[in-house]
Design a binder for this molecule. Structure first.
Ligand SMILES: Cc1ncc(COP(=O)(O)O)c(C=O)c1O
Length: 319
């Protein structure tokens, strides 16, 4: 039901975490400077442009705390990732939710208009829960339309599942747009959801403001070890991502053959664009022993599972 990677940690990652378990009596670094250095070197970015936090949702909260005034306005498309309204509440802001366009597209034109008097705007690309991908050109145009004193959070939690030929080169954009924070995570493609490490890339000024809201001691030594071991095993992890995208496309194909309207997806999940069949769908999936995230009257999101679960879904819903 949550958008997790169905594959267990790589043995090399699990072994490194287990090895570090002997140090649990020790505090981690006060602020995670070492982890920032590791991530910055991996990205080939200056360290002063990187912020890290407890998952990418933690980095988003830090940036919003830094940039949103109490009573200020945060704009985002809706439906969207469940945490956005909670982040708005936590920062004492009001949410301006802009309805999605058909096909799960975020309405960038309407969002740009709404952002004129907003403190922050959040774009999710690719989008949760529909899997829709906004093209680099339209995103860049949107970013250039947002006032330069409005924080733009570009949430790319699923970006590694986007095929490289259409993946936006968004990590380069903060050099041009000092109000842009590009958010990424080790939770999805890297399979470390339980370790809670996300990062953001932005201008040095925005990174510094975001890092000022970093909770001391918040990133554990085990999490740092898991990230380092994962970066050493990047080729294996990339192969897993390719496997999941092949499974995603197999599932989508089989479900469409079974008569279901399934949107194209650039993530590790699929969206059933079936507002009037959600209950029927939920019953069939429960019968197959599979949980999906159902939104009555809207549709349902199914996370790509391991091959056995995907076969079970296709057995129940396929042609
Ligand atoms: C769009 C989006 N952003 C962020 C997150 C949170 O990821 P993290 O584990 O890095 O906090 C999720 C998790 O489901 C998500 O769907």
């Amino acid at each position: 039901m949550l958008n997790e990677n169905p594959l267990p940690p790589l043995p090399s990652v699990a072994a490194e975490v287990a090895r570090r378990a002997n140090d649990l009596n020790r505090y981690p670094e006060f602020y995670p400077e070492y982890l920032k250095k590791v991530i910055a070197e991996w990205l080939g970015a200056p360290q002063d442009r990187v912020a890290v936090g407890s998952g990418s949702v933690g980095v988003a909260l830090q940036a919003l705390q830094a940039c949103v005034r109490p009573g200020g306005k945060i704009v985002y498309g809706w439906r969207n990732f469940d945490a956005y309204p909670l982040l708005a509440d936590m920062t004492g802001a009001r949410s301006a939710q802009v309805p999605l366009l058909p096909g799960g597209r975020q309405d960038l034109e309407a969002m740009a208009k709404e952002s004129v008097d907003a403190d922050a705007v959040i774009v999710c690309n690719p989008h949760n829960p529909t899997g829709n991908l906004l093209a680099a050109s339209e995103l860049r145009e949107f970013i250039s339309l947002v006032p330069s004193d409005t924080l733009i959070v570009l949430d790319e939690a699923y970006i590694e599942f986007v095929s490289e030929d259409v993946r936006p080169d968004s990590l380069a954009w903060p050099w041009e747009f000092p109000n842009l924070l590009v958010l990424r995570t080790f939770s999805k493609a890297y399979g470390l959801a339980g370790m809670r490490v996300g990062y953001g890339v932005s201008s040095p000024e925005l990174a510094a403001r975001t890092n000022r809201f970093q909770l001391p001691f918040a990133i554990s030594n085990l999490s740092v070890a898991a990230v380092e071991a994962s970066l050493r095993a990047e080729n294996e992890l990339n192969a897993r991502v390719r496997h999941l995208t092949v499974e995603r496309d197999r599932l989508a194909h089989g479900l469409r053959a079974g008569g279901w309207r399934v949107l194209p997806s650039d993530t590790n999940f699929l969206w059933f664009d079936e507002p009037s069949r959600v209950e029927e769908l939920a019953a069939l999936l429960i019968g197959a022993g599979v949980e999906a995230r159902c939104y009555p009257g809207e549709g349902a999101r199914l996370t790509v599972g391991d091959t056995v679960s995907n076969d079970a879904v296709l057995g129940a819903l396929g042609a």
